[in-house]
Design a protein around this ligand. Structure first.
Ligand code: MRU
Length: 350
């Protein structure tokens, strides 16, 4: 399995996703500031991977703390959480992970400092393992929804690289293929950061899953030609009413799907469901640098001084979402009623 990120004795190690697919290189962060940088710069990206990276960054920062009292450690802990919490605003998994580490800290703060440090490292590692298990469970629930033989379109990268491993949307596709379904993936290129053509294509090629990359503006034509039997994407945040924030362009795909009568599925762990956000209108949308629209690495294709918009995510209203696949089962509209019981169910992960 692709090692997106892992805790090592030398720090937190990440596959550098900005270099894929041309180079497979790894970076090891030795400080929490470095972890914050790799989240911000998208060396690691994808909501669940960002969450686990945040947890590991917090554990790393506290482990490096020179604090001699619980008060010192708590002060450092708060500063670390604050810094990491400012990296990317849309992926709610980031805040979910910080909250979980805060709860862990509160439970163990009365212990000696070495035990606090160890407890936080273990919690981050547990979150890593749980994310993989959740993805595999999502895969089992979602595979039944995939066509036995046909095209499945996905947008961005919701694969092993976007998670601790296996993937959410790509986990569903992987599980369907493991069950013997003959799936051909259509991977949207995903402008402007090209997560589809760089990352999804790389991952699926490694697994030998037949894949065709299309530029984003080809999706409608592929649907009209009958090449797409289902769509499955990931999510960065799902509001209580089922509105889904995901990579910019997802909304367009969802509307096209509705027009063509194609089921549009969202695969996401319960950590991505934000019960405190009532509708998609309240989801903060990250605006990234215009440079990402103008070019990639050293290549620039727009004139100097031209303006660009770069919202990294859009919100797909719940009415376009056929079902939401989680590790605890599949939710369907009305999501106000169906998501709550799944979230409140104790970790089932079948
Ligand atoms: O900007 P990114 O690459 O972090 O955006 C990633 C996505 O939009 C994914 O679809 C989402 O995080 C789900 S990943 C399982």
């Amino acid at each position: 399995m692709i090692q997106t990120l892992e805790w090592t004795d030398h720090g937190v190690r990440f596959i550098d996703q900005t270099k894929l697919p041309t180079e497979e290189v790894y970076v090891t962060c030795k400080t929490h500031e470095q972890v914050a940088d790799v989240i911000r710069n998208m060396v690691v990206r994808g909501a669940p991977a960002i969450g686990v990276a945040a947890a590991m960054g917090i554990a790393l920062g506290v482990n490096n703390s020179k604090g001699e009292s619980t008060g010192d450690i708590k002060r450092d802990f708060d500063q670390i959480c604050d810094l990491i919490g400012k990296t990317r605003p849309t992926a709610v998994n980031l805040f979910w992970a910080i909250r979980r580490m805060q709860e862990k800290f509160e439970r163990i703060r009365i212990r000696p400092i070495p035990q606090i440090k160890q407890g936080l490292i273990e919690e981050a590692q547990r979150m890593h393992a749980e994310d993989i298990a959740a993805n595999q469970a999502m895969g089992r629930h979602g595979a039944t929804l995939m066509p036995a033989d046909g095209g499945v379109l996905t947008h961005c990268n919701a694969g092993a690289l976007a998670t601790a491993g296996y993937g959410t949307a790509l986990g569903v596709i992987r599980a369907a293929v493991e069950q013997g379904k003959k799936i051909h993936v259509y991977a949207d290129e995903t402008r402007p950061f090209l997560q589809g053509s760089r990352l999804t294509a790389w991952e699926l090629m490694k697994d030998g899953i037949p894949t065709t990359v299309i530029s984003d503006n080809m999706a409608g034509a592929m649907m009209k030609q009958g090449k797409i039997g289902a769509i499955v994407v990931g999510a960065d945040r799902i509001a209580a009413n089922g509105d889904v924030a995901n990579k910019i362009g997802t909304y367009t795909v969802a509307i096209l799907a509705k027009e063509h009568g194609i089921p549009f599925y969202v695969a996401a762990p319960l950590a991505t469901i934000d019960a405190a956000t009532p509708t998609g209108a309240a989801i903060p949308i990250e605006e990234r640098s215009a440079d990402e629209v103008f070019g990639y690495r050293d290549l620039r294709w727009a004139p100097e001084r031209i303006a660009a918009a770069n919202p990294a995510f859009d919100v797909t209203p719940a009415r376009y979402v056929t079902a939401i696949i989680t590790e605890n089962g599949v939710a369907r509209a009305p999501y106000e009623e169906s998501l709550g019981p799944l979230v409140n169910q104790e970790a089932v992960i079948r």
